[in-house]
Ligand binder design. Structure first.
Ligand SMILES: [Zn+2]
Length: 398
């Protein structure tokens, strides 16, 4: 199998992850790809191969070059934001830079998806516009597997390597499904999504925020000065948050409050938010601001009817990576050596690597794969960029 054949095979597996399960992968279907990857890693001569209870696949390649071992990590599951069942990939050779009709009436336009301009002339793999592609992160898996195969089959020497393919990354528990205590390496890279020129070692600090409102239900006919409609209070609270700090209004290093859900009745209401910022102090300020808004509302009613609780979900890995900056420099020098353009992009989300970095003190920046518009029906990959990914990984492990 060449790189494209590998990719097409991996995306034929339906590996959508849903809700976190205590001691299993979120979907039984995820294990099927785990088994496939285990088999392929065995064929490449991997050692100590296992699939743990979560479906995470591990393989060790001892290597002949005496150097510190390195972990390469990618995730096998796909986002539930779009279907990952019966993906029908289509290859477009030498893309002409124009709008792409994915199937009848479904057009991916350069106006809506300006990243298409950057891949003019490349060979692309697109969807039929009805499912996601799964390039996030099966492009990462294909890149790692192809790089390994090239090195091993041509009998080239390589450094000691640990390959880890995780499940349930998209629901936030990919990294916690890795048996970090059993790893031989002290650092690694995730190979997961985005333009191949991206090197990521910054990500959001993230909190979840739960807002509960206890109302006072009174017959609407005689409600004057007595009724407290919990839904209205929740909406008042929501409107007290900065209007232009929403995901749809922010980019780059701008943080946001994102309302995930608002449910309830006049009696009781509950709103769930996520709060994000690259700067931890600002994240804390945003939490305090929301709590102050709730306090003002409570003051105005003279009792505690609204409660705001926040919980830290993950942190920016930058602080720790900065202390091990040689692992960023190592990658930069490879890009330079290969003559590839690179940029540092601050991830507007978390990564498996961020969790490993912050909570396991296992520095783990992320490398791009050539996957675009992830999590949706307009996802596509550039084969040319994936090929660059293979070259980068090969240099890294040789
Ligand atoms: Zn991903």
């Amino acid at each position: 199998m060449n790189l494209v054949e590998k990719f097409l095979k991996y995306v034929s597996f339906e590996t959508t992850s849903y809700e976190v399960k205590e001691d299993r992968a979120s979907s039984d279907l995820e294990y099927l790809l785990s088994e496939e990857m285990k088999k392929e890693l065995e064929e490449l001569g991997g050692q100590d191969i296992y699939i743990n209870k979560f479906g995470t696949v591990y393989a060790y390649f001892p290597g002949e070059i005496e150097r510190e071992p390195l972990a390469l990590i990618a995730h096998m599951d796909t986002s539930s934001q779009a279907s990952g069942k019966d993906v029908k990939p289509r290859i477009i050779k030498n893309y002409d830079g124009k709008d792409i009709e994915l199937s009848k009436g479904i057009v991916m336009s350069t106006k809506d998806f300006p990243s298409l301009k950057d891949v003019k002339g490349d060979d692309l793999i697109v969807t039929d516009g009805k499912t996601l592609l799964g390039g996030d992160d099966k492009a990462g898996i294909a890149i790692i597997m192809q790089a390994l195969e090239n090195i091993i089959k041509s009998n080239k020497k390589h450094i000691p390597l640990e390959v880890i393919f995780t499940t349930d990354e998209e629901i936030g528990v990919g990294a916690s499904h890795i048996d970090v205590d059993r790893l031989k390496s002290k650092y690694g890279y995730t190979v997961d999504g985005g333009d191949i020129k991206n090197i990521n070692y910054e990500n959001f600090n993230a909190s979840s925020m739960t807002v509960t409102v206890k109302g006072r239900s009174i017959h609407p006919g005689s409600a004057k000065d007595k009724m407290i409609n919990a839904l209205n209070v929740a909406i008042d609270f929501h409107n007290s948050l900065p209007r232009y700090m929403r995901p749809e209004d922010t980019e780059l290093r701008e943080g946001f409050y994102h309302l995930l859900s608002l449910n309830g009745s006049e009696d009781e209401a509950k709103a769930l938010y996520i709060i994000r910022d690259h700067d931890f102090n600002k994240l804390e300020f945003m939490e305090d601001y929301a709590k102050l808004a709730a306090k003002r509302i409570n003051d105005s009613y003279g009792s505690e009817i609204i409660k705001v609780e926040t919980k830290l979900s993950y942190k920016n890995m930058k602080e720790i990576i900065d202390k091990h900056y040689e692992i960023v420099e190592q990658i930069v020098s490879i890009y330079k050596e290969l003559g590839y353009e690179y940029q540092f992009e601050a991830v507007r989300g978390g990564t498996d690597g961020a969790e490993l970095t912050v909570f396991n003190n296992f520095p783990c920046p992320n490398l791009g794969t050539g996957d675009f518009n992830c999590h949706g029906r307009f996802e596509y990959v550039s084969i040319n960029q994936m090929e660059k990914g293979v070259n980068i990984i090969k240099k890294l492990i040789q």
